[in-house]
Design a protein around this ligand. Structure first.
Ligand SMILES: *Cc1c(COP(=O)(O)O)cnc(C)c1O
Length: 355
């Protein structure tokens, strides 16, 4: 086979990154282990417990229940599924800010649940009053996002938790991307800060685990039990995950990534990425671009089509938000030097266009 994987030295908009070297090595060792059948594969099951313990530490959860999922999408689907099981409605709905990840559309579609997307405020955060107005007796789940995919915004989590509480609905926080930055900020976002029932945090994004490694956590072990089905022909007797056979590489990679980096290396990454985002935002502002102030290390800014195309032609992997802003995610592989080179590409394109 002569294909080569994508190099990361010009990848600017992806939430994937180079895995941590120890995570890569662990993934290779456990490639053939199936965490979906812990009775036959006890070593990988132990590693999964370890990963969940550490994820719980990151998210302020005392008595951990959860698993390493295939990604944030599975975790979000499971949150909706669990909430639907709890709710006693024949016509359940989920209320989420319109900034919520598109995985909630998949969840609603699969599970036959109505998804009510509520407008965000002027700074791209969930509008608590609008969420409050959208919930009703049939609301099974309220969703808050701690680090939105497009703008890196953190919703007012405790306030949304209150809305969920008053509506007698479950409350889910999606920290798929933000979860490895937020511990080093003063945001309220996790189990320890609000009445959160379930939470998504992805080791395969900022956590530097190899794909596939998402994280699904629940405050109560009951939540997982509710998702479990019987598994007659396996050595293990029940399974709460959405997928059956799962990647031992993902689970071992997540456990190793967390072991190696929580918390000093994650903190160092947060500092470095935040510094890079601030640098980029300043440089873009100086050049006259409209920049959305980066709350977490993600910089969105308006970029004319010609410059966007010039950057793509120069090999930069760059995407736009739904509303058109170019979006740079300061992932662990995104260095200051890369950003300098990217700015040179923009400068050359502006000279070329006579700007
Ligand atoms: C990336 C992302 C997801 C989806 O995660 P996958 O691992 O791609 O399935 C969900 N929510 C948020 C906020 C994300 O950024």
């Amino acid at each position: 086979m002569d294909a080569s994987p994508q190099e990361f030295d010009r990848v600017l908009s992806s939430m994937c990154t180079r895995p941590h070297p120890e995570a890569r090595a662990a993934a290779e060792r456990f490639l053939a282990d199936n965490p979906g059948d812990p009775a036959t594969y006890p070593a990988i099951a132990d590693l999964e417990d370890r990963a969940v313990d550490t994820l719980a530490e990151v998210t302020g959860l005392d008595d951990p229940a959860g698993y390493v999922a295939s990604g944030g999408t599975e975790a979000n689907i499971q949150a909706v599924r669990a909430a639907r099981e709890v709710a006693e409605s024949d016509t359940p709905n989920v209320v989420a800010p319109e900034s919520a990840h598109f995985s909630f559309n998949k969840a609603a579609d699969l599970l036959g649940v109505e998804l009510r997307l509520v407008p965000v405020d002027d700074d791209y955060r969930a509008d608590v009053d609008a969420v409050g107005a959208a919930v009703d007796d049939d609301t099974a789940l309220v969703v808050g996002v701690a680090g939105t995919t497009e703008f890196g915004r953190v919703d007012p989590i405790p306030e949304l938790g209150l809305v969920a509480d008053e509506a007698d609905a479950c409350f889910h926080v999606d920290a798929a991307w933000g979860g490895f930055h937020l511990p080093f900020t003063d945001h309220d976002w996790h189990f320890g800060h609000a009445p959160v029932d379930t939470l998504t945090i992805d080791p395969h994004k900022v956590g530097r685990a190899p794909i596939p490694a998402g994280g699904f956590l629940a405050r109560d072990a009951d939540t997982l039990d509710r998702l479990a089905v019987e598994t007659p022909y396996l050595e293990s007797t029940a399974q709460a995950t959405l997928t059956g056979t799962r990647s031992g590489a993902g689970v071992a990679g997540a456990a190793a990534a967390l072991d190696a980096q929580w918390s000093a290396e994650y903190e160092a990454n947060h500092e470095r990425a935040s510094g890079n985002a601030a640098y980029l935002a300043d440089e873009l502002t100086d050049r006259g671009y409209d920049v959305v102030d980066p709350e977490l290390p993600l910089v969105a800014f308006s970029l004319p089509e010609a410059e966007f195309e010039a950057a793509r032609d120069a090999g930069w992997r760059l995407s736009r938000t739904g509303s058109g802003e170019a979006r740079i995610v300061c992932m662990p592989h995104v260095t200051r030097e890369m950003l300098r080179t990217f700015l040179e590409t923009l400068d050359a394109a502006r000279v070329g266009a006579g700007v």
